[in-house]
Design a protein around this ligand. Structure first.
Ligand SMILES: NS(=O)(=O)c1ccc(O)c(NC(=O)NCCc2ccccn2)c1
Ligand SMILES: [Zn+2]
Length: 258
């Protein structure tokens, strides 16, 4: 299957996933001066209060925290969204030692990592799978991670990583509220895009926060102890550089909240 290596990485994905050359692919390079300020864009509201986290897992591409999405307890609404979208999972993309690792870039500059909170339109579709192929099916909140001081709450995740070192491992991860991973400002850019991994479905309304959160190099380094491979495989490959580079903007504009 697909990966982030020389032979199975982003430049090869188009052979099995034709959407790779589509008209609304993600990520993109966001150019703030070219984004259109849109006063009709409302504030983002994150109703993650009664938290519904279930487990943390290594799926061979990233580390993913999954949520119970059987009702509207944990949702994102407002902004460019016409309905509440249910939180299904969040995961990260990161680089190698000292290299960039975010997927979106801002005026050509990348961050060390990017957090994706994945939501789906439970108002119009019955399941995530159905929503994941619809043009208004998903809403992903992207948050940049920049290097600096230790993040106060990230250890709640990094302390669990040694238990999901290998692809296919998962452990219980109850009562985690992702609100502790948000920056202070919810100002954002928004545009129509896609999943940034195969199957690359063009089903995502992207909401990328302007303000990054700050994590330390030591904390981010913990992610690199994860492996792309399962415990049985003898080819041991450190999980890093699991990011897709920016894709052509084509006939799209990026809008900016005030
Ligand atoms: N990176 S992203 O665009 O936020 C994103 C969001 C939801 C997704 O389901 C995916 N991709 C996806 O699920 N691909 C199937 C295999 C896989 C890849 C990565 C994580 C989980 N599962 C990507
Ligand atoms: Zn992602």
């Amino acid at each position: 299957s697909w990966g982030y290596g020389k032979d199975d990485g982003p430049s090869a994905w188009h052979t099995h996933y034709p959407a790779a050359k589509g008209s609304r692919q993600s990520p993109i390079d966001i150019i703030p001066d070219e984004a259109r300020r849109d006063s009709s864009l409302r504030p983002i509201f994150l109703g993650y209060d009664r938290c519904t986290s279930l487990n943390i897992a290594n799926n061979g591409h990233s580390v993913v925290v999954e949520f119970d999405d059987s009702d509207d307890r944990s949702v994102i609404q407002g902004g460019p969204l016409e309905h509440p979208y249910r939180l299904k999972q969040f995961h990260f993309h990161w680089g190698g030692k000292g290299c960039e690792g975010s997927e979106h870039t801002v005026a050509g500059v990348g961050y060390a990592s990017e957090l994706h909170l994945v939501h789906w339109n439970g108002y119009k579709y019955k399941t995530f799978e159905e929503a994941s192929t619809a043009p208004d099916g998903l809403a992903v909140l992207g948050i940049f991670l920049e290097l600096g001081d230790d993040h106060r709450w990230l250890p709640m995740i990094t302390d669990a990583l040694y238990m999901v070192k290998f692809k296919g491992s998962a452990i219980d991860f109850k009562g985690f509220n992702p609100k502790c991973l948000l920056p202070s400002s919810l100002h954002y850019w928004t545009y129509l895009g896609s999943l940034t991994t195969p199957p690359l479905h063009e089903s995502v309304i992207w909401i990328v926060l302007k303000e990054p959160i700050v994590v330390s190099d030591k904390q981010l380094g913990m992610f690199r102890m994860l492996q792309f491979n399962s415990e049985e495989e003898n080819q041991r490959t450190r999980m890093e550089n699991n990011f897709r580079p920016p894709q052509p903007l084509k006939d799209r504009i990026v809008r900016s909240s005030n």
